[in-house]
Design a binder for this molecule. Structure first.
Ligand code: ZN
Length: 235
């Protein structure tokens, strides 16, 4: 039985749900995020606010929630700014995805997470990747995760498990999962403290949380939330 986990935790809805999943399963949970200067400081602030709220509102989880790590990945800015990636970024944007797409970014995240997990003695790496909503990101697909699990385990000679609780569910069921894990208190915490909006908007408050309401991330989050409420109503 695995007892320890490292959660890739950005402070968004998905990774907060993944963190709750890990806290409900494992005895020691650490968190990691990457600062690559394309993020609004609002996201980094949201992480801290989610962590603090989990500690104060979920006494059963608080003792399991251990160190938080922030790794500087400024190098990613250099890659995304080259003209080589410009065409790709434009195409992804047409598909409703952000123009901040960096090829293989998630592969880098997982490699660094595994290196950190190795040093910290953590067995499971939990990440909120999902094929249902972001199939445009090839480095978030299930096959990629399985390949990474094998490559990292072989390359570091340590058996890692990459766990992806959201892989096959949509945004509405991510809210459902949060409700199952931590009840209305967790849903409320996610609404209030997690951050998804690409524009870093913490001015406009909606039923589903803070955000501009118009960017692809806000639209996805809002759509999922109202669908979730509908599913609650019919359940
Ligand atoms: Zn937005």
């Amino acid at each position: 039985m695995h007892k320890t986990a490292l959660v890739l935790f950005s402070g968004g809805q998905d990774s907060t749900t993944c963190l709750a999943h890990a806290l409900s399963r494992y005895e020691r949970v650490e968190t990691v995020a990457f600062d690559y200067r394309q993020r609004h400081s609002v996201e980094l602030q949201a992480r801290l606010s989610v962590l603090q709220s989990l500690r104060t509102q979920f006494p059963a989880w608080a003792p399991k929630l251990c160190d938080d790590h922030l790794l500087d990945l400024g190098v990613l800015g250099q890659v995304s700014e080259t003209s080589l990636t410009r065409d790709m970024a434009f195409k992804m944007e047409q598909g409703g995805l952000p123009n901040t797409f960096v090829p293989g970014r998630n592969l880098l995240f997982l490699t660094l997470a595994a290196a950190l997990a190795y040093r910290r003695g953590l067995e499971v790496i939990v990440t909120g990747v999902c094929e249902t909503d972001y199939s445009g990101y090839p480095d978030c697909r299930d096959d990629t995760m399985k390949a990474m699990q094998l490559a990292l385990s072989l390359g570091m000679d340590r058996r890692f498990l990459i766990e992806t609780p959201l892989m096959w569910i949509d945004k509405a069921d991510t809210w459902v999962l949060a409700h199952q894990l931590g009840g209305q208190a967790l849903v409320d915490l996610i609404i209030e403290h997690s951050h998804t909006c690409y524009l870093g908007d913490r001015v406009h408050r909606h039923d589903w949380g803070w955000g501009c309401g118009n960017c692809p991330a806000c639209e996805l989050r809002a759509k999922g939330f109202y669908l979730y409420q509908g599913r609650l109503g019919t359940a």
